[in-house]
Write a protein that binds this ligand. Structure first.
Ligand SMILES: NC(=O)c1ccc[n+]([C@@H]2O[C@H](COP(=O)([O-])OP(=O)(O)OC[C@H]3O[C@@H](n4cnc5c(N)ncnc54)[C@H](OP(=O)(O)O)[C@@H]3O)[C@@H](O)[C@H]2O)c1
Length: 297
């Protein structure tokens, strides 16, 4: 797929930061809540009139809907905000795609599951979220399915990426290690599948070429706890002396409950024979070496 018109929501976010690179062969219309620069205009997905007007004006072939309320704890404390952005915002986007026959890609999350499984969740497992973020993202999925025939719902795992702007787990721990912090603690009883945002977008760019619409899991395969990720990170950073204490999640109480098992298996991609996503350890190493270390050292 080349030279398509692609409207991106949430383009200033972690995943959005890779859109220019990965979709460089296309005409991009980047938007986010707050205008980032002259190439990324302001567009609030909660404003139905602005959404339909913009989509009708741009006439995108594809809408890459990345805008979301992603602060899981704030979602728990402010459910109206979570549902307005993640559910109604997605409805506004899906209705605009319906009106203009644009293809929609909606990125969702493993938080739609209850987390009581012992192994990774597949696309054939029943959702059952236990926190507001998961509920609102699942509602977004259901709205997309009910309004559109041509869509991809892509569930991703614990997102890695952002480089200089990385304030998520990997960025935080890497900074702490490099700054010589000697008392690191990381949780050993919650599991996910790290997902390098660049790999995710590369995978999405291939998926939309297939025409096989529907729901997919797309993570860097494997199951990891935050503790295992921290250990892998200290190896990549070559700080062998750093002591990382393996602790239970009781050490880090949060307003939103976290599921025990959030890891996903790219089962439908496997069944279709698409081996696009490398193991999380390789993706983490690549990210740290190519993007994080150059800005941290
Ligand atoms: N991060 C993860 O670990 C993870 C895991 C699985 C799936 N996902 C999904 O992946 C997608 C991209 O996530 P991400 O990690 O890139 O999140 P992110 O860094 O938080 O980016 C989301 C962007 O959407 C913007 N936004 C929020 N409300 C908006 C609104 N009303 N209108 C327009 N834009 C709005 C945010 O702006 P502000 O920053 O100003 O709020 C932010 O720039 C989301 O759908 C998310 O649910 C994320």
């Amino acid at each position: 797929m080349k030279n398509n018109r692609i409207l991106v929501t949430g383009a200033a976010g972690m995943v959005g930061s890779y859109v220019r690179d990965v979709f460089s062969d296309h005409q991009l219309y980047l938007t986010d809540l707050v205008e980032m620069d002259k190439d990324c205009i302001s567009l609030d997905v909660c404003n139905p009139v602005a959404i339909i007007d913009t989509v009708k004006k741009i006439k995108p072939d594809l809408v890459l809907h990345l805008a979301a309320a992603t602060d899981v704890d704030r979602c728990q404390l402010e459910p109206d905000w979570a549902h307005t952005v993640n559910s109604i915002g997605t409805q506004n986007i899906a209705l605009a795609c319906q009106a203009t026959n644009a293809l929609l890609v909606y990125v969702s999350t493993g938080n739609v599951f209850p987390g009581d499984k012992k192994i990774e969740y597949t696309e054939f497992d029943e959702p059952g979220p236990i926190n507001v973020y998961g509920e609102s993202k699942l509602a977004g999925e259901q709205i997309v399915k009910s309004l559109l025939n041509r869509y991809y719902i892509v569930r991703a795992g614990w997102m890695i990426g952002g480089g200089e702007k990385d304030k998520k787990f990997v960025g935080k721990i890497a900074r702490m290690i490099i700054e010589g912090n000697s008392s690191l603690k990381a949780v050993n009883d919650k599991y996910g599948s790290p997902t390098y945002a660049r790999d995710l977008l590369n995978g999405i760019s291939k998926l939309v070429d297939t025409g096989y619409y529907g729901l997919y899991h797309m993570v860097n395969p494997g199951i990891a706890s935050r503790y295992q990720i921290s250990e892998a990170l200290s190896d990549v950073l070559e700080y062998p002396d750093v002591e990382i204490e393996s602790v239970s999640s009781e050490h880090f109480p949060t307003p939103a409950p976290r599921i025990r098992m959030e890891a996903l298996r790219n089962y439908k991609l496997e069944l279709l024979g698409y081996d696009w996503m490398r193991p999380w350890e390789d993706a983490l190493k690549d990210y740290v070496v190519s993007e994080l270390l150059p800005v941290l050292l």
